[in-house]
Design a protein around this ligand. Structure first.
Ligand code: CP
Ligand code: NVA
Length: 308
């Protein structure tokens, strides 16, 4: 399928070749940035970047990606536009559709992405929703490929089984036929409708995704250990319950001892040191989180260039 003009709301909507292409083009943009030979693929294009939630990496990488590719970005924080005073998202989308060529959006509810795409009639890219974070997963697998030379390395996610970043990592694994283990409390597992789609894809591709309750069982021999915050944006009212449920799902230096000798630690960031990960891990030798954060720029350039 051609990516140009399509939406990127969830990796499950793409085929394996689209995902592979997004990765290949990310690597090529990294090279082009290093050699100062960036093609102006968004010349004359206007892109709206809409944020209902805070962001550092996504905001910087998206805004820079548009300008480095020769386009113009207008960044809209929810509190600064009329949505905050009750203007419907449908009307906002209609207006954006008259002025811009594409939309990137970070939203509270995934459904808002569908509304933005439908009412703007412009290609729309998910910059994180409650359900998924596709550009993050692309970056993560780019980082894995960069380090190991292959995507085919067992990865263990430790923590919140209902996490949005995890959902995109699982979607990637399911599409590409890879292997992943998830250690999470049984109370925090993927939403059944999300899991159903991932499971169907995994059956088709031969991917293996297994759930564990004991993080030590999940990390045995893996090459990549991944975690995310226990309390995602929008879940603040459940903080105490989540801390209790997740207390044994911390990535510790001891846990890392059970992984493969070449293992790395990844985290989408921002991190809470001492909560989901010990400082000795995230700031230690196995941590590749800064390479991972840098790669957000190249995956944003790739997605924007191919879609807008
Ligand atoms: N990983 C990530 O999306 O970071 P931000 O919330 O800072 O954009
Ligand atoms: N799960 C986190 C990811 C932040 C990039 C959140 O949604 O807050």
């Amino acid at each position: 399928m051609m990516l140009k003009g399509k939406n990127l709301l969830c990796l499950l909507d793409l085929d394996k070749w689209d995902i592979q292409r997004l990765l290949d083009v990310s690597f090529s943009f990294k090279e082009k940035v290093m050699t100062n030979s960036i093609p102006k693929t968004l010349e004359g294009k206007r892109i709206a970047l809409f944020f209902e939630k805070p962001s550092t990496r996504t905001r910087v990488s998206s805004e820079l990606a548009v300008s480095m590719l020769g386009g113009t970005a207008t960044v809209l924080s929810k509190n600064d536009i009329q949505v905050s005073r009750g203007e419907p998202i449908e009307d906002t989308a209609r207006v954006l559709g008259r002025m811009v060529n594409g939309i990137g959006a970070r939203v509270q509810k995934h459904e808002t992405l569908h509304k933005l795409a439908e009412y703007s009639n412009r290609p729309t890219i998910n910059l994180l929703s409650d359900l998924s974070h596709p550009l993050q997963a692309l970056t993560d697998f780019m980082t894995i490929k960069e380090i190991f030379g292959t995507l085919n390395k067992p990865i263990a996610f430790i923590g919140d089984g209902g996490d949005n970043v995890l959902a995109s990592l699982m979607a990637f694994v399911a599409k590409l036929g890879l292997e992943m283990r998830v250690a999470s409390p049984k109370e925090l597992r993927p939403r059944p409708d999300v899991w159903k789609r991932i499971e169907e894809e995994a059956e088709g591709s031969g991917a293996i995704i297994e759930f564990y309750e004991d993080p030590y069982d999940a990390v045995k021999g893996v090459s990549v250990v991944y975690t995310d915050v226990w309390i995602s944006m929008g879940q603040e009212s459940e903080a105490q319950k989540r801390r209790e449920l997740l207390s044994k799902y911390k990535v510790t230096e001891d846990l890392m001892r059970y992984t493969s000798s070449d293992s790395i630690f990844l985290h989408c960031l921002p991190a809470v040191r001492g909560e989901e990960v010990e400082p000795g891990v995230i700031d230690g030798k196995k941590s590749k989180v800064w390479d991972q954060a840098e790669n957000r720029l190249y995956t944003a350039m790739s997605a924007f260039s191919l879609i807008f």
